[in-house]
Design a protein. Structure first.
Length: 284
């Protein structure tokens, strides 16, 4: 089965992201059909036609970069403790749980394994929870020849980023995460636009009253994209996936996000999102 999945990933046609008016990001991969943050979840999402997958980085006791969202492995595996409590060999003994909580044969993957599985697919990889391990992640991406497929991200300001990683700024694809609830949000965006060429800006907000939502052409006219999350209501003032799918209300969810300038949408419903955007001729 593993071999078949690797063959599947290697034969996925190149992404048509450049042609898509709106790109789709699969949050933690296709976690409805495979354990979240597993190699399978990312391969399934890629085969589905997403443009980007999102994953989360942690470091083992012996310095291996693995994929894990939570501070502990308790929820998603049959182990207990932090990733940093275990060596790589030790952490590989645990199985990832599926959506029903059952332990599977899927192991906690390394960043290297995921990048090699998606290499050449055209699918980009959004490196969440990675700010403290940029150097290690960069080395892995260079080793695997996948640097151009990765998107680094953080919630820091441009001066903070430059002070921490001055040697990487000209080499990586980067996306600032900006809370529009902050009064200085627009200035944070403007500072980035003056000093570098971000791939996108991830805009998060608990209130939908920000002027940046009403007019973000000052971002897109530079070539940068606008990333809005359709998952958890806390990231989008309630214009979320559940409103679209469970309540059947696209007007106040996905349509609202599209109307407010999103050119990338991160979702927990990637299959349905792709179908919806394709119906609107916004995704190929």
């Amino acid at each position: 089965m593993k071999l078949k999945l690797l063959i599947l990933a290697s034969t996925i046609s190149l992404s048509v992201s450049a042609q898509n008016k709106i790109q789709v990001t699969a949050h933690r991969g296709d976690w409805r059909n495979a354990p979240e943050n597993s190699v399978r979840a990312f391969q399934y999402a890629a085969a589905m036609g997403v443009d980007i997958v999102e994953l989360d980085l942690k470091k083992t006791k012996d310095g291996v970069i693995v994929i894990m969202h939570d501070e502990t492995i308790n929820r998603t595996t049959n182990g207990k403790g932090k990733a940093s409590d275990f060596t790589f060999d030790e952490i590989r003994k645990f199985g990832l749980r599926n959506g029903l909580g059952r332990v599977t044969n899927n192991q906690i993957p390394t960043l290297k394994e995921v990048m090699l599985a998606l290499k050449g697919s055209g699918v980009k990889v959004n490196l969440d929870k990675s700010y403290d391990v940029y150097n290690e992640a960069y080395a892995i991406l260079k080793e695997t020849g996948t640097l151009k497929q990765a998107i680094f991200k953080s919630e820091v300001t441009y001066p903070e980023l430059k002070a921490r990683y001055p040697q990487l700024l000209d080499s990586i694809t980067y996306m600032p995460v900006v809370s529009l609830d902050k009064p200085e949000a627009k200035q944070i965006i403007v500072d980035y636009l003056k000093n570098m060429k971000p791939y996108a800006f991830e805009l998060i907000f608990t209130k939908d009253t920000s002027a940046v939502l009403k007019d973000n052409k000052f971002i897109t006219k530079t070539g940068a994209k606008v990333w809005i999350n359709s998952l958890w209501a806390s990231l989008n003032a309630g214009h979320d996936d559940d409103t679209a799918v469970e309540d059947g209300n696209k007007k106040d969810s996905w349509d609202w996000i599209i109307a407010h300038g999103a050119t990338i949408i991160q979702t927990d419903r990637p299959k349905l999102m792709i179908e919806y955007l394709r119906d609107k001729k916004l995704h190929k």
